[in-house]
Design a protein around this ligand. Structure first.
Ligand SMILES: Nc1ncnc2c1ncn2[C@@H]1O[C@H](COP(=O)(O)OP(=O)(O)O)[C@@H](O)[C@H]1O
Ligand SMILES: O=P(O)(O)OC[C@H](O)CO
Length: 524
């Protein structure tokens, strides 16, 4: 009898439902983009109800396209853009505010105040994170402080907080009876990997940090229950109204941790880089957290029932594929991301012609962690054409990975001699070749670049007993193409040092110029 796993991969740009068989092969998938809402400079929101509607649509569509019987789906796995924050009414299911997206920088002044109060060391030791607008904590606080009545309702248990996985699982199980939190209207859960991105979770003792909740005045009552990323007991069952069958949900992972799993980086020292809206490089550091001194985050990789927890060092880059979207949506110089490959290819030996693009749209994340940096294009001359700028945008994606790679080898003290890559932007062969040239090591792309959804399928399938252990999963990774570096060391280092100079100029921009008319991005 055929047996399938249905995965929902809810990303920053869009939502994908993918059906996998028990060999880890994609049977079919469906995808839908959602609106990016920018109410002010630096603010980024999504409509949670639109995301839920899209989730239902893509699940139904993927099942229809696959022509399978939903009763053959043994489990559902969820993976999601992390940190993005939703607070909703437990009774009506209505969000009390839009989802505040991980890239949103409205809480910059609040985060600065936490740093000024000397909380950086405490936060880093407890949560593994650097105080930043990036994580959920300051976003929750913004909603509680700014939406009338929210704090009071939170204290009375009327509203719930969740990251996107929480929101989707709650909606999937809403109205069903057999789930982990019967008093909350649906399964109100978050897995360890997602919890470790809230800046409220104690990653050593595996519990919500009461000290941090008190310091930020966030009521415990609104927090979800933390569950294993792969669980034998389902968190709940998807409501029969959705696909006509009640299907158990056994897997939940933040998308970057899911990609680590999908790339089968199960051993200490194994690493991957995922190129989606942002780029995220994760290194498996085994069952103990490694604290970084070079601007990397320490995070929970995954917690699979029956295994030791796995920690990771993470280099997060906020803007990579998003810069391509910006070329398409804001500058309108391309119609489709794939055009960048051809345009950049036109430049030949000239490359970007001395142009650098620093996409600090949400400040700079790893390894710089500068919330006050803003984007720039530098090195322009009258010679510069669209293709040089496009080239500089692709280079920026690759240079940011080099920055993180440098921090990774220094922090972890290991030799890294190849990089496994995945995510939407890795379709771009030109970008992958640039990446190998800029790193000076081979770049390996697997046949399935939807590694994020594959990781969630592995988590759900392990929980449901479709696969017996992680060794079975390792065999399912298949190489598509290896990109070998071809630049000389001299060329590589010269161009990279130009990048470092460009980054320096983008840093501290808001500190230097203050708030300019029209740039109003702050929440006081
Ligand atoms: N051929 C391409 N070249 C460069 N970037 C691309 C290409 N195709 C897609 N992208 C970028 O990849 C991103 C989508 O990848 P995906 O893995 O689906 O992201 P997410 O999970 O963040 O939604 C978009 O930001 C898009 O601009
Ligand atoms: O939506 P993605 O794939 O760019 O991933 C977003 C990350 O999870 C943010 O931390």
């Amino acid at each position: 009898m055929p047996r399938y796993i249905l995965v929902v991969d809810q990303g920053t740009t869009g939502t994908r439902a993918v059906l996998y068989d028990n060999e880890g092969r994609i049977i079919n998938y469906s995808y839908r983009e959602h609106r990016q809402i920018y109410p002010r400079p630096g603010w980024v929101e999504h409509d949670p109800l639109e995301i839920w509607r899209n989730t239902v649509y893509v699940m139904k569509d993927a099942v229809k396209l696959s022509e399978i019987d939903p009763s053959d789906i043994v489990s559902v796995g969820i993976t999601n853009q992390r940190e993005t924050t939703i607070v909703w009414d437990k009774a009506t299911g209505k969000p009390i505010y839009n989802a505040i997206v991980w890239q949103d920088t409205r809480t910059i002044n609040y985060c600065k105040s936490l740093i000024e109060k000397g909380l950086s060391k405490f936060v880093h030791e407890k949560t593994g994170l650097t105080i930043s607008t990036y994580f959920s904590a300051s976003k929750i606080k913004w909603i509680l402080d700014n939406i009338p009545g929210a704090r009071d309702r939170a204290e009375h248990g009327e509203i719930l907080f969740g990251t996107i996985d929480t929101w989707i699982i709650w909606n999937m199980t809403r109205g069903t009876r057999d789930h982990l939190t019967p008093d909350r209207g649906g399964a109100h859960v978050i897995d360890y990997s997602n919890a470790s991105r809230t800046m409220l979770f104690d990653i050593v003792n595996h519990r919500w940090s009461i000290e941090l909740l008190e310091k930020m005045r966030i009521p415990y009552e609104i927090l979800p229950v933390v569950v294993p990323s792969s669980s034998r007991k389902p968190y709940g069952y998807m409501n029969k109204d959705i696909l006509g069958e009640e299907i158990p949900i056994h897997g939940d992972l933040g998308d970057q941790q899911a990609a680590l799993v999908g790339q089968t980086c199960f051993r200490r020292g194994e690493m991957k880089s995922t190129y989606g809206t942002g780029t995220f490089m994760l290194l498996n550091t085994g069952d103990k957290p490694v604290h970084s001194s070079k601007g990397l985050l320490t995070t929970i990789g995954y917690v699979f029932e029956g295994y030791d927890p796995v920690y990771a060092l993470e280099g997060s880059v906020a803007i990579s594929g998003a810069a391509i979207q910006w070329l398409r949506d804001n500058l309108r110089i391309i119609r489709d991301p794939s055009e960048t490959e051809k345009l950049a290819g036109k430049t030949g030996e000239i490359g970007s012609g001395g142009v650098y693009f620093v996409p600090a749209f949400s400040g700079l994340y790893a390894p710089y962690w500068d919330m006050t940096a803003r984007g720039l294009i530098i090195g322009l001359t009258r010679y510069t054409r669209i293709e040089h700028i496009v080239h500089a945008v692709l280079e920026a994606i690759a240079y940011q990975v080099r920055d993180v790679y440098e921090a990774m080898i220094k922090d972890a003290g290991i030799v890294i001699n190849m990089l496994k890559v995945d995510g939407g932007a890795t379709k771009n062969n030109y970008l992958m070749q640039l990446q190998a040239n800029i790193l000076g090591i081979p770049v390996l792309r697997p046949r399935n670049i939807e590694t994020t959804s594959l990781g969630a399928a592995f988590a759900a399938g392990l929980g449901a007993g479709l696969w017996r252990n992680i060794d079975e999963l390792r065999k399912l990774w298949v190489l598509d193409k290896e990109f070998k570096p071809i630049w000389s060391k001299e060329k590589r280092e010269k161009l990279y040092s130009g990048w470092r100079s460009a980054v320096k100029r983008a840093m501290k921009w808001l500190d230097e110029v203050g708030e300019l008319p029209g740039s109003g991005a702050y929440w006081e």
